[in-house]
Write a protein that binds this ligand. Structure first.
Ligand SMILES: Cc1cc2nc3c(=O)[nH]c(=O)nc-3n(C[C@H](O)[C@H](O)[C@H](O)COP(=O)(O)O)c2cc1C
Length: 475
């Protein structure tokens, strides 16, 4: 028998009148326009908007208004709401609603499934539980819907940490098999359950999914459109609530070193041709014979000027839709925000004492953050291990993000945008190093906690998202 799910509209569904005879419904990227909705349709909308009701209950309300012969019209409208992803489905596990399935994208389609009572299932490793606006929700990057649960639903979820069946659950709890079947159906619809043994259709995906980490797939799905209904992109959600961070990190207090500026006009005429730079660019992990030719202060100056300086700075101009200060630099940066900072950790350089520095891209100066410490020594060791270096590099760039610079503007995609900015910066650093005959190498993983301690920074405000080695290739 078909389970009587309690249907209602999603809370995020907007319904508005547009003139005397037009009604517009909108949610998660899909919309429905209704001309002259009849009294039965209005009754249907009102009921679904505020309460949970079974299909039969809704049909009775509708036909009471429109006449018993109008059931086809009722099913037509219900199907429209379903297709647009407007409907939530609830299952009552006790005397109150146990859980509600809510579509989060127009890609969601509910399907009834026949589940044998002894067939076993386990909670997918991609499913997770969190507090969302005061409600406990189960979500998964595999699905297009989320499930709101109460304490009964939570107890059931806990059982699903190991493989169990409808029969197994019904032995343990007092709920009816029909309710447990309906609960399993909702979880299957949001792809939070895996059959044990695995179904053939799931088996085909197994190899691909096995190579996704839980957090990587979640990050991917939440920073791209398609599987969530949260606002995305440049939404400026903190405008007029929190001031944006300035384009330039406030000056740090340490001793400053003025750097050499190369003659860009001369380089435009005399530098290696672009194609030669591009074709010869490579990661180089071997340096001039054990430091007989270290990097020089002028090379560091030239390298930073060509790859990371501020070329121009622009004040906000709200009348023209520009709400924050921006800069242009040699690398592209999303929204011209340039929330990345460079911290050269000097190990061996002719003209600069060893230590951790911050690069001031506006004044083209280094500012001393700290001399060599246990922390900076460890940062160098880790970079050497990550790139299997025989000798320590002359310079390790620690590349940080001032996180709130970007997340003030961008929603849902802020961190992915920072990583994309970092990729663009990596390439610029590679190309400039190649043009200068130096030895560059990007590093894929580093310890952001260690760096925050080394530089005395607050982890959630600013820390490393990348590292880059630079050395001398000698003569
Ligand atoms: C994002 C990124 C991370 C990298 N991480 C490392 C690393 O941790 N260790 C390393 O030795 N090389 C690292 N590399 C360098 C790559 O190994 C190198 O680019 C690749 O082998 C191709 O060689 P090529 O750069 O000489 O063309 C990284 C490169 C990029 C772009």
């Amino acid at each position: 028998m078909k389970y009587p799910y309690r249907l209602s509209f999603k809370k995020t569904l907007e319904i508005r009148e547009d003139g005397p005879d037009l009604l517009i419904m909108r949610s998660s990227g899909s919309a429905l326009r209704m001309k002259n909705p009849s009294p039965g349709v209005r009754e249907l909308l009102n009921t679904l908007h505020g309460t949970q009701q079974t299909e039969d209950g809704l049909c009775n309300l509708f036909t009471a208004r429109e006449g018993a012969f109008q059931t086809a019209k009722f099913w037509y409208y219900l199907e429209q709401f379903e297709d647009k992803g407007f409907l939530s489905r609830g299952v009552i596990l006790d005397d109150h609603c146990g859980c509600t399935l809510i579509p989060v994208s127009s890609g969601f389609k509910f399907t009834e499934v026949a589940i044998a009572p002894d067939k076993k299932f386990v909670l997918s490793r991609f499913a997770y539980c969190r507090n969302h606006d005061g409600r406990m929700v189960i979500e998964s990057p595999l699905g297009h819907a989320k499930l709101e649960i109460g304490s009964k639903g939570a107890a059931l979820m806990a059982e699903l940490a190991t493989a169990t069946s409808i029969f197994g659950i019904s032995q343990k709890f007092k709920w009816g098999k029909a309710e447990i079947h309906a609960f399993f159906t909702l979880l299957l619809n949001m792809k939070a359950l895996e059959a044990r043994p695995m179904d053939e259709a799931d088996g085909a995906q197994k190899t691909a999914l096995a190579q996704w980490d839980f957090h990587d797939l979640l990050f991917h799905t939440r920073s791209r459109a398609g599987r969530h209904n949260t606002p995305m992109g440049g939404t400026f959600r903190f405008l007029e609530k929190i001031d944006p961070l300035p384009a330039l990190k406030p000056k740090m207090p340490g001793k400053r070193i003025v750097l050499f500026k190369p003659d860009i006009e001369m380089l435009i005429k005399e530098d290696l041709p672009f194609t030669q730079v591009l074709e010869t660019r490579q990661s180089i992990r071997e340096y001039s014979q054990n430091w007989q030719t270290p990097l020089t202060i002028d090379q560091v100056g030239e390298f930073l000027f060509r790859s990371a300086r501020v070329k121009s700075i622009h004040d906000p101009d709200p009348k023209r839709g520009s709400y924050y200060q921006s800069t242009t630099r040699p690398s592209p940066g999303s929204g011209a925000m340039h929330g990345l900072e460079l911290y050269p950790l000097i190990n061996e350089c002719d003209g600069i004492d060893p230590g951790l520095y911050h690069y001031d891209p506006m004044d083209h100066e280094l500012c001393l953050v700290s001399g060599p410490t246990k922390h900076t020594e460890k940062l160098l060791d880790q970079a050497c291990m990550a790139s299997a270096l025989q000798y320590e590099p002359g310079l390790l760039f620690l590349l940080t993000a001032r996180f709130q610079r970007t997340s003030w503007k961008y929603e849902s995609i802020a961190y992915s945008v920072m990583l994309k900015d970092l990729g663009a910066l990596y390439q610029t650093l590679y190309l400039v190093a190649t043009a200068m005959g130096l030895a560059p190498c990007a590093i894929g993983a580093g310890d952001s906690d260690l760096f925050a301690s080394a530089a005395g920074l607050a982890y959630y405000v600013e820390t490393t998202i990348g590292e880059f080695l630079l050395g001398s290739r000698g003569a």
